[in-house]
Design a protein around this ligand. Sequence first.
Ligand SMILES: O=C(O)c1[nH]c(=O)[nH]c(=O)c1I
Length: 312
Amino acid sequence: ASLRTEFLGRQYENPFMNASGVHCLTIDELEELSNSKAGAFITKSSTEVEREGNPEPRYYSTPLGSINSMGLPNRGFKYYLDYVLDYQDKHPAANTPFFSVAGMSIDENLKLLRAIQDSAFDGVTELNLSCPNVPGKPQLAYDFEVTEELLSKVFSFFKKPLGVKLPPYFDFAHFDTAASILNKFPLAYVNCINSVGNGLYVDLETESVVIKPKNGFGGIGGEYVKPTALANVRGFYTRLNSSIKIIGTGGIRTGQDAFEHLLCGATMLQVGTELYEEGVSVFERLLHELEDIMNKKGYTSIDEFRGKLSSL
Ligand SMILES: O=C(O)c1[nH]c(=O)[nH]c(=O)c1I
């Protein structure tokens, strides 16, 4: 079976990539991703100015996943733009890394996107509308009016491929409203889901929370979130114009999880918690496990089953 994937007119050896935020804060981490079996990779969401992020401990792994309240630490927009432009020059034949942006305000998002539009960047941009961990900042994509206002301003000038990173939704009315807004714009894709916001993990021994920021509240990832991730992938796959592709993120720990996301309609697949725990070797394991499942089922390409989830 072949895992070759076409996404936004570009060919990828396989659909796997890192979830923004994991293993992508420094050039060393980005280079390790570039040299791994990942089909693609993406930078840490950046803001105009470098950020320390929240006080530690701010990430904690559990048997079933993870909780994080990193607080948008990043080296600043210029650090990542310089990296991706340098990457384009050094690897003219390869696919340029994806670039993630998470401005702290509408104006900052517009400023960063204008800079990308005016630059030589020829890759795909991901606008993060769903960071749950900046104290005092609600997740943009839970405010439908602001989301629509931002996207209409963005698409008045941004002409390069742009996707949005969405938080999980939990109500059909929200799927319907979000999709009706997103369908108004020439979006390249939606990425479902970001971590499930503001969960709480308790340590029995210490009778305490496990991360310092926000009294222990943080975004949940890993096995806990797969049913929600699959529901959001499927919910948008069945509501959005077919021109808007889906990136599936959330709970991908095995080839089986990857297969399920593809069956629900995902094209690219992002790995967060499992990559954090296992390192970049996770990609080799995942693509072999996915290939084995496809061979057992008699599929030679992903196109044969993508989106073909049956109802009863
Ligand atoms: O705390 C973070 O840095 C963070 N953590 C997440 O789980 N998702 C996000 O989009 C972000 I920007």
